[in-house]
Design a protein around this ligand. Sequence first.
Ligand code: ADP
Ligand code: SR1
Ligand code: MG
Ligand code: MG
Ligand code: MG
Length: 455
Amino acid sequence: EEEQGFRPLDEASLLAYIKATPALASRLGGGGSLDSIEIKEVGDGNLNFVYIVQSEAGAIVVKQVRVRPTLTPTGPLRSASLSFLTLTAPRSGGKRNTQALPYVRCVGDSWPMTRERAYFEASTLREHGRLCPEHTPEVYHFDRTLSLMGMRYIEPPHIILRKGLVAGVEYPLLADHMSDYMAKTLFFTSLLYNNTTDHKNGVAKYSANVEMCRLTEQVVFSDPYRVSKFNRWTSPYLDKDAEAVREDDELKLEVAGLKSMFIERAQALIHGDLHTGSIMVTEGSTQVIDPEFGFYGPMGFDIGAFLGNLILAYYAQNGHADQANDRKAYKKWILKTIEESWNLFQKKFVELWNKHKESNGEAYLPDIYNKPKLLSVVQKKYMTNLFHDSLGFGSAKMIRRIVGIAHVEDLESIKDASKRAECERAALNCAKTILKGRHQFETIEQVVEHIQSFD
Ligand code: ADP
Ligand code: SR1
Ligand code: MG
Ligand code: MG
Ligand code: MG
């Protein structure tokens, strides 16, 4: 990594870097304020370093890729947010290894995680920030040589949404905010708004984020459907369930279609990893972070990631219920949020379309689709397809979180393995049936009813 000028910064060299970089130093007050800087590493993964940098005059976050992750002694493996980075030993054949594994090994050892992902993350953040500044942290500075970004510090009491969902906290504006973010970022980067030249320029630029896309292709669309040393599940409880996924021809047929769509369909500049761990929230604010998988892909992959992770949070609730809180009201809130997220998204997306129907968008030229009736038929067809894509991708993402490499804290934090397996089985069965039968759903209300029937 030394080549091409890259060097991983530690706290001392980061401090010197900040002092020498006006775009960062000025955010911290500049001058004498820089003497009061304190730096804290807060990253929760092994893929990137995330530093909070605070002075008496301000605060910023600095994120730098970790290129060659080291083998880190950790003691016994626990269910934690790090769990997606832990690999079971190959000979364990995919079963959850509950023994003390001496090391947490980073997936960076097994997949090519090019430093360039930082460039695509910063680029996507900037582009989405231009389109939806309310829900995207501002990028202050990006250094391509160091794969390092300075951005807005999303201050406490913001927390990662997934942690709020585990704790049972309601976010009354979440559906409104996320539908806003998805409608704006997806509509304005699609051919509904842009001409072909601009669109293809974008597609060409982000096509180079291919290694990140290949990681998704493998861990979402391939590994769960074959024997892979990376897969794991709550064994022995889900051994048969995992095997059933690998034996389900109807499911494999549907997943093949989704995989091709993920690779081929350059519909919009998507976030690419829009799960509830990529969203920071308070009661009144929603901020989307971490688009290092950003590329021109199918819109349904983002919408599905968000909805699918809410459904996982729903099924995890039974594992978090206790005498003090049966989580029943909370489960209702999650379902309402799923419903509102899609319905508001659909409404806002079509509103943007109507508002900009005279724009340069190449897909439906105004002189051809000029009759209101025709336009409304076209829109209905587009939204129905998008709904079914979202259900397909959302289900595929649920399945991979249960039998693939990367699990979610919602379920992992349920200590009792048999209880956890029950929640996981319900989620898995629900996801399989939605994935196979998604074309039968006409409304999100029907999906919510379906979710409840597996609970
Ligand atoms: P990774 O790609 O390694 O998952 P993330 O961008 O998700 O990195 O950041 C890891 C963690 O760092 C987040 O879960 C969050 O807790 C914290 N974090 C990241 N960006 C910010 C920010 N701009 N403000 C505050 N905290 C942040
Ligand atoms: C090896 S899979 C790691 C996962 O974490 C990221 O956030 C993505 O979801 C990826 O699939
Ligand atoms: Mg993380
Ligand atoms: Mg990330
Ligand atoms: Mg992250």
